[in-house]
Design a protein around this ligand. Structure first.
Ligand code: ADP
Ligand code: MG
Length: 573
């Protein structure tokens, strides 16, 4: 076969794997090992870069020249110090990807330049972008980014997508991230109905709870304070992880570490019960996310046909029993939870190669994206109301257009901003992009349409058009990292001057406007983005006329135009 090979990669916080479909089934690529590459990068005694188990093994002795859990830093403009040099998170991740790519090339005996990479469903746009960049640095073109729970569902159901409708809950608890998703498989189509979780919760946190417990133990029994001692803490970390893993099979475990300092030996028993108490709050939180995901998907607990356990930490017995108690079914663990996501990535990679096309993958956005606009309401001028354009859990790809108006005559510019979040005040959300749109000399109330396109890779494109002149700007959210810097948000405040007086949805003053009129306007806004270009212009013109009439409190005229608009909208869907 001459098609260039595409590999599937699970680029995990803790561990990474690579899979490939040789004929029909995905296989984890191994070189006489378990196929699990610790996502760890370091520099050895000779100053050479090392990746995987060797790097992880030296992490205890040389934390200053080892990088763990780089995935937590993806999408942030952080420099990562490593043995006197400094790297971006993408560069470190690229070293892991390169290791996997070269392994695949050795095993397959040919060059590999394309990959499907999975990311947590909760990853932001910036984090997905950074993942693609890491691929590029490693010499891999990322043909598709897919969510980890989606990949897991593919691994379980990929070869077996029948006509029967099935609703699946994917519970994925790894080393640093937690995702829960509701996936529906119907008519050979795989669809994610809802996804939620916490990208800062995982096995590392459980290790840390055991470390805290051990630290207290050392203080009480041996009057030893190890809080600042990194070397000791690193040793406690491996003890803690070993104990935790053991407790997934045994009711008790003994933690022994000789010469923790000088002649002090650590020897203590930890029971599963005590461990469960330590992590109960964390696990309870994951169960709350399960409830939330069900609610978001509009599924009752009884509506779940299957639960998939994914991620190494999902082996903790308490998790199975809590899920079983809630959903009344036994979770499936047939596929190794550590390898499940990579196998699903392998299946998707095969599909991209045209090998296995059974079932189409539909994905959704885990976040709401929108812009900021000024709004006049009963309390006066609110300068930064968040106007969502693409709502959470919307199927991808999606395109949405919203209409705005200039506030003053000859307004020189509009600041087009992109926020991610759910808060009504735009400034409480995360600013991920900000673009200056220079305007022509138009009267106040001139129309600007703003369109967002969000694709399956989570790449957001925007287009703002000044209607009078057709002048426009385009932008792609690319290398614009999630902005949590409050200073940057503040400097842009003064310039926000796009005006959005229309529509009940984002106009609290709308109570004064009769509801039949606002209903028509809301419907018009909804249908605007699916309408033809011609219809769009007409809809916008009519909306404008209605708004003018409403501003004059001439509801009679507004209603007449509403009727006309309703007629037009009737034929659009
Ligand atoms: P990630 O997807 O974050 O890379 P993995 O799915 O590889 O993570 O899971 C790694 C985590 O799973 C680690 O925190 C590890 O300690 C934990 N883990 C692995 N096996 C077990 C087990 N048997 N019981 C509990 N935790 C486990
Ligand atoms: Mg994982």
């Amino acid at each position: 076969m001459n098609t260039p090979p595409i590999i599937g990669i699970d680029l995990g916080t803790t561990n990474s794997e690579v899979a490939f479909v040789h004929t029909t089934r995905p296989e984890i690529l191994r070189e006489g090992d378990d196929g699990i590459l610790p996502s760890c990068v370091g520099v050895d005694d000779d100053g050479r870069l090392i990746v995987g188990a060797t790097a992880r093994n030296q992490a205890v002795a040389y934390p200053e020249r080892t990088v763990l859990s780089v995935k937590r830093k993806m999408g942030k403009e952080k420099e990562i110090p490593l043995a006197g040099k400094s790297y971006s998170p993408q560069e470190i991740s690229a070293l892991i990807l390169k290791e996997l790519k070269e392994k695949a090339e050795r095993i397959m005996g040919r060059g590999v330049a394309h990959a499907v990479i999975t990311v947590p469903a909760y990853f932001t746009d910036a984090q997905r972008q950074a993942t693609k960049e890491a691929g590029a640095i490693a010499g891999l073109e990322v043909v598709r980014i897919i969510n980890e729970p989606t990949a897991a569902a593919l691994a379980y159901e990929g070869g077996n997508v029948g006509d029967e409708k099935r609703t699946i809950l994917v519970y994925d608890l790894g080393g640093g991230t937690f995702d829960v998703s509701i996936v529906r498989i119907e008519d050979r189509v795989v669809e994610v109905l809802a996804t939620t979780g916490d990208n800062r919760l995982g096995g590392d946190d459980f290790d840390n709870r055991i470390i805290q417990w051990l630290t207290r133990e050392l203080k009480q029994k041996h009057h030893l304070d190890v809080t600042g001692n990194r070397a000791v803490l690193a040793r406690l970390k491996s003890c803690a992880e070993r104990a935790k893993i053991e407790l997934s099979q045994a009711p008790t475990t003994r933690i022994e570490e000789d010469h923790i300092t000088g002649d002090i030996h650590l020897s203590v028993e930890l029971t599963r019960k005590t461990f469960e108490e330590m992590i109960r709050e964390d696990i309870d939180r994951t169960m709350q996310s399960v409830t939330k995901a069900l609610r978001d998907a509009g599924i009752t607990p009884g509506g779940i046909d299957r639960i998939l356990l994914v991620g190494g930490s999902s082996r903790i017995p308490m998790i199975s029993s809590m899920l079983k108690e809630r959903l009344k079914i036994d979770p499936s663990k047939e596929i190794d939870p550590d390898l499940c996501v990579a196998l699903g990535a392998g299946i998707q990679a095969a599909r991209e190669m045209g090998i296995d096309t059974s079932g189409v993958l539909i994905d959704i956005t885990p976040y709401t994206f929108g812009t900021s606009a000024a709004e006049v309401n009963n309390e006066g001028l609110d300068p930064h109301v968040f106007i969502p354009l693409i709502k959470r859990n919307t199927k991808l790809p999606v395109s949405h257009t919203e209409t705005f108006y200039t506030m003053v005559d000859n307004q020189e510019l509009a600041l087009i901003q992109v926020f991610q979040g759910e808060n009504r005040n735009a400034l409480d959300n995360i600013l991920i992009g900000s673009y200056r749109f220079d305007l022509s000399d138009n009267a106040a109330g001139s129309m600007i349409t703003l369109k967002y396109d969000l694709d399956l890779n989570g790449i957001l494109k925007l287009e703002a058009v000044e209607k009078e002149t057709g002048r426009k700007i385009n932008a792609v959210i690319d290398n614009v990292f999630a902005c949590e810097d409050p200073d940057r948000v503040r400097t842009s405040q003064a310039k926000i001057n796009v005006f959005s007086p229309m529509g009940a949805a984002h106009n609290p003053g709308a109570e004064t406007i009769p509801s039949d009129i606002t209903d028509t306007l809301t419907l018009a806004r909804e249908k605007l983005n699916v309408a033809s270009k011609e219809d769009q212009d007409e809809i916008i013109d009519l909306m404008e006329e209605i708004t003018d009439a409403v501003e004059d409190k001439d509801f009679e005229t507004a209603r007449v135009i509403c009727d006309e608009l309703d007629d037009l909208l009737f034929y659009i869907d």
